[in-house]
Design a protein around this ligand. Structure first.
Ligand code: ADP
Length: 245
C-alpha cells in the first residue's frame, strides 16, 4: 500500500518554484532518505508530503486521502528541523511532551489508563523512561530527539517524518539514533528522513530520493551510488557530504 503518493507536484514561494515536476510514492514499510543540496526543496517537499503545505499544482495523497485533510495528519509523527538545538528552552517535562501525542485521541479532556499505558510504553521503547520527569530543555540533543520519537509512538503514528534530526548531535548518539530508526522500521514503521550525510542515508535507507527542485533520482541506495544522479543534482559536487561508515 502507498503511504504517500506525490503526483506532478509543483510548489512556489511567491513566484519562485522550489519543487517542480515531482512524482514519487512511499510504500508502507519503506525507509526513504531524502537528499539534495542546501535549498533544494527537501523540507518543502517533506512538508507537502505530510500535508503541512498544499501543492500549487499536482496532488499529494497520504494514506489514500488528500494530504492536507486533518484525519491523515494524526497518523504522522513529525520531527522538525533542528529539534535538538532550537527547543532548548522548552520548560515542559519529557512525559508532558510525549503525552501530547495522545491529545488527538483524548475524549472530554481526560487521560485514560490506555493513554497512560501508551505514554509509558513509548518512553520505554526509546529508552528514556528514567528521563520522564526531566525538563526537555535540560536534555542533550540526542535525548531530545528520542522524546519526539516517543511522542510519535504514543500517537501510534504510522509514518515518521524527520527533517535532519541529528544536526547538533554527537556522533555516538547519532549512531544510536539511527539504530533506533532502523529497529522501528524493521517493526513496520514507514520513515521519511532528510539527511545531509549521504553515507549515513545510503547505508540506512531502503530508498533514496535525490532532489534539486526536480527529482534527480528515486530508487534503491545501491543504484543511487552507482549512478551520477548525485553529482548531477549537486552540480559541481563541491558540497557533497559523503563518507564511508
Ligand atoms: P532544503 O530543505 O533542501 O534546504 P527548503 O525546502 O528549506 O530546502 O527551501 C527551498 C528553497 O525555498 C530555498 O531557496 C529556501 O530559501 C526557500 N524557502 C524555504 N522556506 C521558505 C519560505 N517560508 N518562504 C520563502 N522561501 C522559502
Amino acid at each position: 500500500m502507498a503511504v504517500v503518493e506525490v503526483e506532478d507536484v509543483m510548489f512556489a514561494y511567491s513566484d519562485r518554484p522550489v519543487v517542480e515536476d515531482v512524482s514519487l510514492e512511499v510504500e508502507q514499510g519503506d525507509f526513504l532518505g531524502l537528499v539534495g543540496p542546501n535549498g533544494s526543496g527537501k523540507t518543502t517537499l517533506l512538508e507537502l508530503m505530510i500535508g503541512l503545505r498544499r501543492p500549487d499544482s499536482g496532488s499529494v495523497r497520504l494514506f489514500g486521502q488528500p494530504a492536507h485533510a486533518s484525519e491523515t495528519g494524526k497518523r504522522v509523527g513529525f520531527v522538525p528541523q533542528d529539534v535538538a538545538e532550537t527547543e532548548g528552552e522548552m520548560p515542559v517535562t519529557v512525559r508532558e511532551v510525549v503525552r501530547m501525542g495522545r491529545y488527538p485521541r483524548r475524549l472530554f479532556g481526560r487521560f485514560t489508563d490506555e493513554d497512560r499505558a501508551a505514554v509509558d510504553a513509548a518512553l520505554r521503547r526509546v529508552e528514556i523512561e528514567d528521563l520522564a520527569e526531566r525538563r526537555v530543555g535540560r536534555l542533550s540533543g540526542g535525548q531530545r530527539q528520542r522524546v519526539f520519537i516517543a511522542r510519535a509512538l504514543a500517537a501510534e503514528a504510522d509514518l515518521l517524518a524527520l527533517d535532519e534530526p541529528t544536526v547538533g548531535v554527537d556522533a555516538e548518539s547519532r549512531e544510536a539514533f539511527y539504530d533506533l530508526l532502523g529497529e522501528l522500521n524493521d517493526e513496520g514503521m514507514t520513515i521519511v528522513l532528510i539527511e545531509h550525510d549521504i553515507g549515513v542515508v545510503t547505508s540506512r535507507a531502503s530508498e533514496i530520493a535525490c532532489l534539486n527542485r526536480e527529482l534527480y533520482f528515486h530508487g534503491d541506495p545501491e543504484t543511487f551510488v552507482e549512478t551520477d544522479a548525485l553529482s548531477a543534482a549537486y552540480g559541481d559536487g563541491q558540497s557533497i557530504v559523503h563518507h564511508e561508515h
